[in-house]
Design a protein around this ligand. Structure first.
Ligand SMILES: Cc1ncc(COP(=O)(O)O)c(C=O)c1O
Length: 504
């Protein structure tokens, strides 16, 4: 997003080359008499994105870069991450694009950048490593393209997806209720299982009540945007998941960000800005999905109390995994249940299903149950998903050795990584470990080489992370054996070393 002062400086664009009308034509259709307007625009945008001044490209490309930035940042078109500016550097003149223009999105800067990147990967003789179908359940060994692979790409953390009791519960629910809730819950979509799952979640977390939604992503977007509004503020850190950022943006509240884990910076930010907003909500994650840090809940709670703001914790990757019995960061911290104001989590990871939830006090849940648009204007969670999540939570309650084993495996993984000279991000017991390789192409190439050697490890590249932090991300699970980990990491180290040498 452009900062507000830049938006104001670009206000002349409203009365730009179209004599008072907005000019929505593609850049190529605009004429030479518009040049001074372009120059003025260029100065403002270059000020915001100095990276474009360093590009060794023609002026025509600069102008394309300007419009890429403007289309995306001002008109809110395609790119929604904080890396949109860096993305612009990948733009090329349309004449150089490998395919003829044929889509309604050919003029979209984000689409042009995407096509260029796909062409680059294919030009290197590689397969695009995304949307590749696998066979069977996501376990520590999977099958893809007829190959058996040791996999670190799925977040079936405790191996509960594919567990016979979870599968049987989902099948029974389908037999009883069908495959769809067939209506929004507020009207005719409610089934008893919904209430039972919510009660189970609330009991498990120690809150008064809980509410389930049909997607984890939707839960954040809908709950955050419904809870806060214009005189309020949402405060999140540099590692925040896109669903948090989107919810904050849609709320219309002010947005403040701080570097992940920098509690002094958060404290300072709130000291300086607390008077400028009504309600404030800090949104943090139990385990960060990209870098794998585990939240220091004590610090977060200390700061939220000091500045009288609310705290929401997204436990997508910590529910079931962190804390002695998998009850998440609150259990690990030893704090009381009311330390967190809004518990949020997904049902798609450890609970082996799909969907999301919030948990908290009775009033919060009632408010959301009756008024949250993402709940009342959307179908109820499917019977199979509801029953699967309940059965998975049952197993988690009965078998605390599962989260324990996951934490042991995470520690073991990091030890073996160190023994092989690899530096991976994330806390010792975190189920998410990232090996930063620092370059999109290198990350994709390394993933491909490892695939050839029998490992499934996804590359994470722009725009999910910045180009300089492109990485391989490992989801560690209780199902991974020490042998599998011991087999994987020396080969990762060898292949990385080979690629680095060949790049020199
Ligand atoms: C931290 C975080 N929050 C929310 C979500 C969205 O959850 P879901 O994929 O279940 O919709 C994810 C997805 O992985 C996530 O990592």
């Amino acid at each position: 997003m452009l900062r507000p002062p830049v938006r104001e400086r670009l206000a002349f664009r409203e009365a730009g080359p179209g004599q008072g009308r907005r000019d929505h034509r593609p850049t190529a259709a605009r004429t030479g008499r518009e040049t001074s307007w372009f120059t003025k625009t260029f100065k403002v945008v270059a000020d915001e994105f100095p990276v474009i001044l360093q590009c060794n490209q023609t002026q025509a490309v600069y102008i394309r870069l300007i419009f890429g930035a403007m289309e995306e940042s001002i008109e809110g078109a395609v790119m929604t991450t904080q890396f949109a500016a860096a993305e612009q550097t990948a733009l090329v003149p349309e004449s150089e694009l490998p395919e003829p223009r044929k889509s309604i999105v050919d003029d979209f800067a984000g689409y042009r950048a995407l096509r260029r990147r796909i062409a680059d990967v294919q030009g290197n003789g590689q397969e695009v490593p995304f949307f590749q179908p696998r066979d069977g359940v996501s376990h520590s060994v999977i099958r893809r393209q007829e190959k058996s692979l040791i996999s670190y790409s799925g977040y079936n953390y405790l191996g509960l997806s594919g567990h016979p009791a979870v599968t049987a519960a989902a099948k029974n629910a389908i037999d009883k209720y069908g495959t769809s809730a067939s209506a929004s819950r507020i009207v005719a979509g409610e089934i008893e299982l919904h209430g039972e799952l919510e009660q189970k979640l609330a009991n498990f977390l120690g809150t008064e009540d809980a509410l389930v939604f049909i997607s984890g992503y939707l839960t954040n977007v809908s709950v955050i945007s419904h809870l806060l509004a214009r005189p309020d503020a949402v405060i999140y850190d540099s590692g925040a998941h896109n669903s948090i950022i989107t919810g904050a943006r849609l709320s219309g509240a002010k947005v403040f960000t701080y570097p992940n884990g920098d509690w002094d910076a958060l404290d300072k930010l709130l000291t300086e800005n607390r008077a400028s907003f009504r309600r404030g909500l800090i949104v943090a994650e139990g385990v960060y999905s990209m870098d794998g840090q585990i939240l220091d809940l004590k610090r977060a709670v200390e700061i939220k109390r000091k500045h009288d703001v609310l705290l929401m914790v997204d436990e997508a990757h910590s529910l079931g995994n962190v804390g002695a019995t998998g009850r998440g960061v609150r259990e690990a911290s030893g704090l009381s249940a009311d330390s967190i104001d809004v518990y949020m989590g997904t049902l798609s990871k450890t609970p082996a299903s799909s969907g999301g939830y919030i948990a908290g006090d009775r009033g919060l849940i009632e408010y959301m149950r009756f008024l949250c648009p993402g709940l009342i204007f959307s179908v109820g969670l499917s019977p199979a998903d509801t029953a699967a999540a309940m059965a998975a939570l049952d197993i988690l309650e009965r078998e605390p050795h599962r989260p324990r084993r996951l934490r042991e495996r995470a520690r073991y993984f990091r030890k073996v990584a160190r023994d092989n000279g690899l530096t991976v991000f994330g806390d010792e017991e975190s189920p998410v470990a990232s090996l930063i390789v620092g370059d999109d192409k290198l990350a994709m190439l390394l993933s491909q080489r490892l695939f050839d050697r029998g490992f499934d490890i996804q590359p994470i590249v722009r725009p999910a992370v910045s180009a300089s932090t492109a990485r391989l991300r490992f989801f560690l699970t209780a199902n991974h054996t020490e042998e599998q980990i011991g087999e994987t990491l020396p080969i990762v180290a060898q292949e990385l070393e080979k690629l680095r040498r060949s790049a020199e």
